[in-house]
Design a protein around this ligand. Structure first.
Ligand code: HEC
Ligand code: HEC
Length: 341
């Protein structure tokens, strides 16, 4: 027994040490393609301001403790890295077969925000997504994680995000100016962090209070849905089965307008969640912001929310046939026609 326990510990320690040694933050393709001296200059700045895998640092926040970030890293490695990748590039070993793909944090672009179109999310938005997951996708809910773990893993995700954003700035400077002038580095850091600080002051509030939804809101919502261009992408029945409903998202992956009848709204089912998706659009995807379209008649947004809620419940209510066999998503150029006899 003693022997066995000893053996298990030894194996675990060996595996543990080995993994800790192997893991490093890799650099982006853009950086890898730079000529040697420029690549080294970028790596030097990244190292200086965001640390290493062993000793990560939060960009622009030298006071954030290493212990806190290492705690976040431990949670992340255990629960997130298989999908989101060690350095947050969304290319974990489990990611390739997923639709939608796990988020590549390095661009600093997030979908489910409570800020205007094109803005960074609030920290609270990331916490919300992590706690409730993204229904209808592979992103699980982590609501049972202790608050301390959530807090640490959010900071670790932000650390990876800022590292990626900073890397993009450095790579751009290296490419355009053909040098990485240390004098401009503080400006780059300010550019990255400034956009997050601005977003923190721009939380979207509904333009008008939410009404108690009635059948009239649903009817008015349907009219708006058909006349304001929603049906062009989502289809007249909201199922998104239009011929042209296909595009690329900002991360380069194929994407389609949501099937609003699936009963699985990714961004949440509270009326205000849906309001935000319509008002602010969905960053990184073809879903546009309708903030200016409804400036004159803001109550129409609530009508659309009522209609989306109604449509989203139609399958459950038995009014629409089930969607058929669940098929894994296969990108068009990888599709093979299978003839069943
Ligand atoms: C099984 C795979 C999987 C695991 C494990 C996973 N995620 Fe995700 N995650 C996804 C997918 C897929 C998406 C994209 C959803 C979408 O685009 O609608 C996503 C999206 C996100 C987003 C972006 C939300 C937005 O607004 O754009 C965040 C933040 C996130 N995950 C954090 C985490 C954290 C933190 C963990 C670990 C505690 C984790 N994820 C674990 C698959 C996963
Ligand atoms: C140009 C195409 C396009 C138009 C026009 C469009 N959408 Fe979308 N919509 C999308 C795409 C693509 C998504 C999925 C984004 C993602 O999560 O990847 C989406 C997602 C949504 C969602 C979020 C669903 C969820 O799972 O949480 C709602 C709600 C929505 N659209 C409502 C509308 C309404 C209402 C209109 C009209 C006022 C509209 N859309 C117009 C493309 C479009």
């Amino acid at each position: 027994m003693l022997l066995l326990t000893g053996w298990i510990c030894l194996t675990l320690t060996a595996a543990g040490c080995q993994r800790a040694e192997e893991l490093t933050f890799s650099t982006s393709e853009a950086v890898q393609e730079l000529p040697d001296p420029l690549r080294k200059a970028v790596e030097y700045q990244l190292h200086e301001h965001t640390g290493t895998y062993r000793r990560p640092k939060m960009l622009g926040d030298p006071d954030m403790s290493l212990e806190h970030l290492k705690h976040g890293q431990a949670v992340y490695q255990r629960r997130c890295a298989q999908c989101h990748g060690v350095n947050g590039d969304g290319l974990g070993p489990a990611a390739a077969a997923m639709y939608p793909r796990p988020r590549d944090y390095r661009r600093g672009i997030f979908k489910f925000t409570s800020t205007p179109y094109g803005s960074k999310p609030l920290r609270a938005d990331l916490v919300r997504t992590i706690k409730r997951g993204v229904r209808g996708t592979s992103m699980p809910s982590f609501r049972l994680l202790p608050p301390k773990d959530i807090d640490a893993v959010v900071d670790y995700v932000l650390m990876l995000t800022h590292r990626g954003e900073f890397e993009e700035q450095l790579a751009y400077a290296a490419e355009v100016d053909e040098e990485v002038d240390p004098e401009y580095v503080p400006d780059m850091i300010d550019t990255v962090l400034g956009s997050w600080e601005r977003a923190a002051r721009q939380e979207v509030r509904p333009l008008t209070p939410q009404p108690a939804f009635t059948a009239e809101n649903v009817i008015a919502g349907k009219q708006a849905f058909l006349s304001q261009g929603c049906s062009k992408c989502h289809g007249e029945d909201g199922r998104g089965q239009t011929r042209d409903n296909i595009g690329k998202d900002t991360w380069g992956h194929t994407t389609r307008a949501a099937d609003l009848t699936s009963g699985m709204l990714h961004g949440g089912t509270e009326p205000f969640d849906i309001y935000r998706r319509i008002y602010s659009g969905i960053n990184g995807t073809p879903m546009p912001s309708f903030a200016s379209a409804f400036r004159e008649n803001p109550d129409t947004i609530w009508d659309l929310v009522a209609y989306v809620l109604y449509v989203s419940n139609r399958r459950r209510a038995g009014e629409l046939p089930p969607p058929g066999f669940a098929k894994p998503y296969v990108p068009e150029d990888e599709r093979v026609d299978v003839v069943l006899d």
